[in-house]
Every structure is written in structure tokens, then in C-alpha cells.
Design a protein around this ligand. Sequence first.
Ligand SMILES: C[S@@+](CC[C@H](N)C(=O)[O-])C[C@H]1O[C@@H](n2cnc3c(N)ncnc32)[C@H](O)[C@@H]1O
Length: 187
Amino acid sequence: MKLSFFYQFNHYPLYMKNFIASPTKMGTLLPSSPWLCNNILNNIDWKNSYKIVEIGAGNGVISQYILQRMSSLASLDLYEINNDFIKILNQIDEHRITVHHRSAEYLFGDYDIVISGLPFRSLSKKTGMKILKNTRERLLKNNGSLILFQYTKGCESMFSRYFHFTKERVYLNVPPAWVYTCKPKLD
Ligand SMILES: C[S@@+](CC[C@H](N)C(=O)[O-])C[C@H]1O[C@@H](n2cnc3c(N)ncnc32)[C@H](O)[C@@H]1O
């Protein structure tokens, strides 16, 4: 799979269709921009990250950038609930990827890195908290990190229930986003 603007551009109609059908689960009209994808991945220690999962993978736009950076020995699990996107993700010809047609609520196993595209602001609070609690547990054994992005700062109290975090602004995205790097709270 090659990184290209057209990969994103081709899927604009699919994002719009699914946003109209299910705005709370999509949370956005457009795929993440190259600048946002790169910013999400910039602070990851790729040499020491072998078990990686992306939750809310959409069309795999961030997955493409992850594959470029991750070790040849690392694995990437993709969790997604939308049928249209599952079809696209299943077409990725890459042995390091496993696609899971399953909600991130049911993430299992231990991970070094969890990358999230989930729209916590529009998901129900119950679902969001369940995902955050489970994600923390999945990261504890390996002292891993959760990297996520949001378009507003409105979910910080949810994140701080289970994580310590730092954040960075990315303007070159529609809409501009906040990228959060989160470490699990130990207590
Ligand atoms: C904001 S889009 C992000 C898509 C892509 N990662 C990107 O950056 O363009 C959110 C994605 O999360 C998916 N999603 C929503 N709830 C989910 C859940 N509980 N488990 C897994 N994926 C979910 C949606 O279907 C959608 O593809």
C-alpha cells in the first residue's frame, strides 16, 4: 500500500456517507490529514514497540503511516466496527496486519502502543469510559502508551480518570486537532 494524497481523497465520499449515517460513531467528515498522521506517530519509540494496535482505524489512513515506521518484526492489529471500512482494511496486503471486526470495548492482549482514532466526544460516555478503562489494562504490563486525537479538549476529564497525558496542537487538519500522548495511571 503506497502513501498518497489520492488514497485519502478517494475515500472522502465514503467518510461523508458514513458520517451522515452515523455521526456519533464517525465523529468526522474527512480522513486524518498527513500532518495529523505524522504528528500522532512522531513521539513513539519504534525500536522498542512490537505490539501495536489501532482502534477506530477507518479506511486505514493512519495504518499506512504506522506500517512505514514500525519494525519488520512488529505486529499491527486494527479494530473497526464499520462494514465499509472493514472491507477496505481487509484488502491491505501486509502480513504484519490483523483486522478485527470488533468494537474497541473488547480489545484483548497486551500492547506497547495503542493508537486511537475514536471520537470520544461523540461516543456515549459509558462506551468511552469502558474503552479507556480496558485500554489502560491492555497497556499496564508493557508500560505502554495510548496516543489519541480529538478535535476539542472536552474529554480531558475522561482521559485523566485512567491516564496521565501531554498534548500537542495540529493545525493542518480539518478540523484542527489535539494529539494526546497518554501513560496509564498505576493506582
Ligand atoms: C474519526 S474516524 C477515524 C478514522 C481514521 N482512523 C482516520 O483517522 O481518519 C472514527 C472511526 O472509529 C470507528 N469506531 C467508532 N466506534 C468504534 C468502536 N467502538 N470500536 C472500533 N471502532 C469504532 C468509526 O467507525 C470510524 O471509522
